[in-house]
Design a binder for this molecule. Structure first.
Ligand code: FAD
Length: 636
């Protein structure tokens, strides 16, 4: 069977915000660049992003600046973030948003014509640049328009619009290829990527010395999720299989507000903008319960009465924000507790009400997608009645360990940006910080890949043996009449939801790991016999390898981390431990690829000028005595 072959300098896997921004950068730096995506071009999670992109532009409150944004991001991540990434992100996000404007994006405006910014959980000032509740759509539209503009330029210069940047859509990558010649170092070097066309099942090979992973999240390992079908952790698994490390995999963000009814739409996201724009959470007794759940570390920043919380929407200088706007992990846990205590709504969530808080026309103006979503999917008019909402698996903080400045992974030639990379958000991501992360680190990954290619002395070679292994692996499920892959997938989703969900216990996570082991064996035997033409059973059979690997990482890291922090809550270890904050958990694969190993790695201490941005009283809630002594010495 023929394998279609292409040669590029940089192959970007993923066409969400991170992938497109990386590809634009690589092309702008003169590299022949391919963009490969398993869904249609433009259909990525980025397009679904609603609330906005966080960037300290100070348009709505001039007190905002990168230092406040940096502090908020570190607090949101409970100080486990890669501080260099958080610093670069806070400093560069405004430029990336302005750059989008210069490429044609149309953000909502303030009365005086600046880019408007909205409130979101954990952000001290209104910071999210937005377009109604359809920000991701505008972001993707603009980046795609930029790709087309570059292609038009190439047509003029080279007579071929696809000479320097070409999109391969509905094309799934299943393996990264490496040249193991010792001249490239002990880890070998990337030489290409292998995959298949979803539509006709034909095989495809990219010969390229640099790969940027921008494949997004892993939500499809859980039953209740805001993620769509593509998010099977492919990039995470591809990186592991290529010899790179994943970090922070125990930290999964359960967004507090997903739809809970009807069952067919369970998990679909209800944007945080509903709360940012005044929506409140109530239990079945009508109580605004979030006031009972303000943790000690956040007491100083949040209102303790409904009156103060309500005043904050119009006078932020003299009031503290309402606790509905606590970081997502706090709100998700609170909803979970209310439902468990029997104070939930009839369909097992709580009530989110904006109807009594804003005039109807204003709700439709500010939250058009939410209005449409509830009307169409649940027959609920959010201008007249409350929504029922509950936590949904939304985002993975963990991902490929990368160098903050270049987005390079441990394997030469491999780069990662966006949700597939790890570190930036620590143990919990603030809303709005993903869209800005994609732009900041997408650009850096494209630049990192281009500069790596410039520095190469010889082009790493594609090994024909590796191609033949990748081909055999890809075609295997078609040649078996084994178990239905959907059975294995459903069992994995249930296992992860029930045993490695919001609240975790040692026995349950251990049980999940035993199940994952058995599912790994079953996955070896799944079959999708039949045609290669649009065979979704075959596609799922291949995706299963990735979801199982990622789930093993999540469960193993969750078992090891004996504390509760951000997106990892251990019932048996309820508090945050300063000792654990200094540790990162690193997942890797054993050389034979059969098992995930997890080991502790010490997190480098924060640079002096950055740690000095925090108050001692706040720091002492998070850091060890030794770190505090070092901080005191700095202050002298
Ligand atoms: P994605 O946009 O997820 O794109 C991944 C790409 O990789 C896709 O093109 C996919 O086809 C491709 N891909 C995956 N696997 C393969 C493979 N094997 N081969 C080839 N291609 C592959 N964040 C915010 O900051 N603000 C918000 O308001 C916000 N709202 C959100 C609303 C929803 C409903 C969801 C689900 C998320 C939201 N987020 C928000 C999070 C944010 O949208 C995502 O984290 C972000 O878009 C991820 O971008 P990305 O570029 O990393 O990947």
């Amino acid at each position: 069977m023929e394998i279609e072959r292409h040669e590029y300098d940089v192959v970007v896997i993923g066409a969400g915000g991170a992938g497109l921004r990386a590809a634009i950068e690589a092309r702008q730096q003169g590299k022949r660049t391919a963009i490969v995506c398993k869904s249609l071009f433009g259909k990525a999670h980025t397009v679904m992003a609603e609330g906005g992109a966080a960037a300290a532009m100070g348009n709505v409150n001039s007190k905002d600046n990168w230092m406040v944004h940096f502090r908020d991001t570190m607090r949101g991540g409970k100080f486990l973030n890669n501080w260099r990434m958080a610093e670069l992100h806070a400093k560069e996000a405004p430029d990336r948003v302005w750059e989008l404007e210069s490429w044609g994006a149309l953000f909502d405006r303030t009365k005086d014509g600046k880019i408007s910014q909205r409130n979101f959980g954990g952000h001290e000032y209104p910071r999210l640049a937005h377009v109604g509740d359809r920000t991701g759509l505008e972001l993707i539209r603009t980046l795609q328009q930029r790709v087309v503009a570059l292609q038009q330029e190439d047509e003029k210069l080279h007579g071929d619009p696809e000479a320097y940047i070409k999109v391969f859509q509905e094309c799934t990558v299943t393996r990264l290829l490496k040249d193991m010649n010792p001249a490239h170092g002990p880890n070998g070097a990337i030489s290409g990527a292998f995959g298949y066309w979803r539509e006709n099942g034909k095989l495809i090979l990219f010969d390229a010395p640099a790969i940027v992973l921008a494949t997004g999240g892993i939500g499809k390992s859980y039953v209740v999720t805001s993620n769509s079908w593509e998010y099977t952790g492919d990039g995470h698994a591809l990186a592991l299989l290529a010899g790179a490390n994943l970090i922070n995999m125990e930290f999964i963000q359960f967004h507090p507000t997903g739809m809970v009814w009807p069952p067919s739409v369970r998990g679909i996201l209800v944007t945080e903008s509903v709360r940012g724009d005044g929506g409140v959470l109530r239990n079945s007794e009508g109580k605004r319960f979030m006031f009972d759940y303000i943790p000690e570390v956040f007491k100083a920043q949040y209102a303790t009465t409904e009156e103060e919380g309500d005043r904050w929407y119009t006078d932020q200088a003299n009031n503290r924000r309402p606790p509905e706007l606590l970081p997502r992990d706090e709100v998700a846990r609170a909803i979970n507790s209310e439902v468990k205590a029997g104070r939930g709504s009839p369909q097992g969530g709580v009530y989110l009400d904006v109807s009594t808080r804003l005039p109807s026309a204003e709700i439709i103006r500010r939250l058009p997608s939410m209005h449409h979503q509830f009307k169409e999917l649940a027959d609920v008019d959010i201008t007249k009645e409350a929504m029922q909402v509950g936590p949904t698996c939304h985002y993975v903080m963990g991902g490929v360990e990368v160098d903050a400045d270049t987005a390079a992974a441990a394997v030469p030639g491999l780069f990662a940006a966006g949700e597939v990379s790890g570190g930036m958000h620590g143990s919990n991501r603030l809303g709005g910080n993903s869209l800005s992360d994609l732009l900041v680190f997408g650009r850096r990954a494209g630049a990192g890949a281009a500069s790596y290619v410039n520095g190469l002395e010889g082009r790493p070679k594609v090994s024909e043996e590796a191609v033949s292994d990748a081909k055999a692996e890809a075609l295997a499920p078609l040649q078996r009449a084994g178990e239905n892959p959907y059975e294995v997938h459903h069992e994995l989703q249930r296992t992860m939801n029930e045993l490695v969900g919001i609240i975790r216990k040692e026995e349950e996570v251990s049980e999940a790991l035993e199940s994952v082991e058995k599912l790994k064996e079953r996955a070896q035997g799944v079959g999708a016999a039949g045609s290669r033409i649009y065979n979704p059973g075959w596609h799922l059979a291949l995706d299963l390898r990735n979801m199982l690997l990622v789930s093993e990482c999540v469960a193993k890291a969750a078992l090891l981390r004996q504390e509760s922090r951000g997106g990892h809550t251990r019932d048996d270890f309820p508090g945050m431990s300063p000792e654990w904050r200094t540790k990162i958990l690193l997942c890797a694969l054993t050389p034979d690829g059969s098992e995930v190993t997890v080991e502790e790695k010490v997190q480098p201490p924060m640079r002096d000028d950055l740690i000095k941005l925090f108050d001692r009283d706040e720091l002492k809630k998070y850091i060890t005595e030794k770190e505090l002594a070092a901080f005191d010495a700095l202050a002298k």
